[in-house]
Design a protein around this ligand. Structure first.
Ligand code: AHR
Length: 498
């Protein structure tokens, strides 16, 4: 088997918005407490932020981080997380059945995000709260001064407004598991009215309405159509969420899941365009894929966690090499839809279904999925180019015509570099690849990074953190305007060309 790819700098999908490489921190498990925040840890700074974790996040150059949930946000009172620590209350947290101590809240997250080099994407509670609490929150965070909420922020030591630009109107409101679950019409109305008052407080903000929690929700895609009917003129983005797993141990199918992600994106975009046509609107609704990842390893262990603990080890998936390949394919799928998907959040970032793991009181290390995310974030910025691919294909029980080669090229005009991201989905054979870069003139290969492992189930642990790590020994070679490479079986490849 062999594959060919042709890329041309004039065949453009669209500019990759840097926010495609966003992530997510929820008050869940050990994401905050014992993850990003651990006063008393030897590597904690003066505010209790773990600098070892910050360094791993800084390296990823995550442009935006969604917070504080997730399911958590639908029962969260943001006012519990501001003001002097000694006055903050502990609360029963009903989404994940824990105790939330509220030691870390809005101002801490804004400070932490700055240290991480990221913008904040704040989700408001539309489960138990409504327009009033959301508009007060925007006033507290973004209004300069002279009002109750803005002066309260100043009294908390934050003289300048935080200027939070991106806000999610609730979380997964279509799901019966959600605190304050709503029908599409109920949600559409409250989202519309909340959007109006939030923007009246600060017209510069951008809003994300909740789409479906996943492709299999019975209300999908009617949910999208009804919600947008109510909110189209008031929001800039519609959200998508989807997680993937391999409980059935069918690796070829697992590796094909990114094709389903692409279909999901295409059908949500089509639903947005249907509402656009219905409303005779000139505005195109963009998409925010603000929860995506592999998630299944921890499902069983999570059923055994005792309720009402603070920061128990929830959703601590230990990721394999195989999962890293799937994450690589999902990243390629997102880049292939850069014309429409402007934001995406790898869910999540630390300890909870995360690329970064910590021991409370101990070390921090990275999981295999860290690496494709790192490479895409560092080298996937620029113009996404149409991947004209010829590849042999295979069938699975759910997805057919799956190309062995999954790939995209991104052109960074400023640096005069093209990066080809390529996964060989074959778990049996290497895949020789020819990339025709005809419009770029004579090329040279800067480096060919590879993530691969003889054992697809290999993992990284605190004791053996480098089991799965990329190497630079890929054999890509340029000859004039053509690059040839051998993609190892089941490998993630990053071929950087200038
Ligand atoms: O990311 C974990 C959970 O998955 C989030 O809290 C929720 O929004 C989704 O169901």
């Amino acid at each position: 088997i062999r594959a060919e790819m042709t890329v041309d700098k004039d065949f453009q999908i669209g500019e990759v918005d840097k926010r495609l490489f966003g992530s997510f921190i929820e008050h869940l498990g050990r994401a905050v407490y014992g993850g990003i925040y651990e006063p008393g840890h030897p590597k904690a700074d003066g505010q209790g932020f773990r600098t070892d974790v910050l360094e791993l996040i800084q390296a990823l150059q995550v442009p935006i981080i969604r917070y504080p949930g997730g399911n958590f946000v639908s029962g969260y009172d943001w006012r519990d997380g501001i003001g002097p620590l000694e006055e903050r209350k502990s609360r029963l947290e009903l989404a994940w059945r824990t105790i939330e101590p509220n030691r870390f809240g809005l101002n801490e997250f804004v400070d932490w995000s700055k240290a991480a080099g990221s913008e904040v994407m704040w989700a408001v509670n539309l489960g138990t709260h409504g327009p009033e609490e959301a508009r007060s929150l925007v006033e507290y965070a973004n209004h300069p001064s002279g009002t109750y909420w803005s002066d309260l922020r100043k009294s908390h030591g934050y003289d300048k407004p935080h200027g939070i630009k991106t806000w999610c109107l609730g979380n997964e409101m279509d799901g019966p598991w959600q605190i304050g679950h709503k029908t599409a019409a109920e949600y559409g109305r409250i989202a519309c009215e909340t959007a109006k008052v939030m923007k009246w407080v600060d017209p510069s903000i951008e809003l994300v309405a909740c789409g479906s929690s996943n492709l299999h929700m019975p209300s999908y895609p009617e949910w999208e159509a009804v919600v947008l009917d109510h909110t189209y003129d008031h929001v800039e983005y519609l959200s998508l969420h989807q997680y993937y797993g391999n409980a059935e141990q069918d690796t070829p199918l697992f590796l094909a899941r990114s094709l389903q992600m692409e279909q999901f994106i295409a059908s949500v975009a089509a639903t947005c365009d249907y509402v656009k046509a219905k409303k005779r609107s000139r505005k195109t609704m963009n998409l925010s894929f603000d929860e995506w990842n592999v998630w299944f390893h921890s499902h069983e262990a999570d059923t055994r966690i005792e309720p009402w603990q603070t920061a128990p080890p929830q959703l601590e998936d230990v990721y394999t090499m195989e999962d890293a390949l799937v994450v690589g394919c999902l990243l390629i799928a997102l880049m292939k839809h850069a014309d429409r998907v402007k934001m995406a959040c790898l869910a999540q970032l630390v300890n909870v279904i995360a690329p970064i793991m910590t021991e409370t009181g101990g070390k921090a290390w990275v999981q295999p999925i860290y690496y494709p995310f790192l490479h895409a974030s560092l080298y996937g910025r620029g113009q996404a180019l149409v991947p004209l691919v010829k590849s042999p294909k295979y069938d699975t029980k759910e997805v057919t015509d799956v190309p062995y080669l999954e790939s995209i090229a991104v052109y960074n005009e400023e640096a005069s570099q093209v990066t080809v991201f390529a996964v060989n989905r074959s778990i049996e054979q290497p895949l020789p690849l020819t990339v025709d870069l005809r419009s770029f003139g004579t090329c040279s290969v800067i480096e060919h990074l590879v993530l691969e492992h003889a054992d697809l189930k290999a993992v990284n642990t605190s004791g053996d953190p480098d089991q799965v790590a990329p190497h630079k020994l890929g054999n890509a070679k340029a000859d004039g305007t053509v690059v040839q490479a051998q993609l190892g079986k089941a490998s993630w490849n990053v071929i950087r060309v200038s």
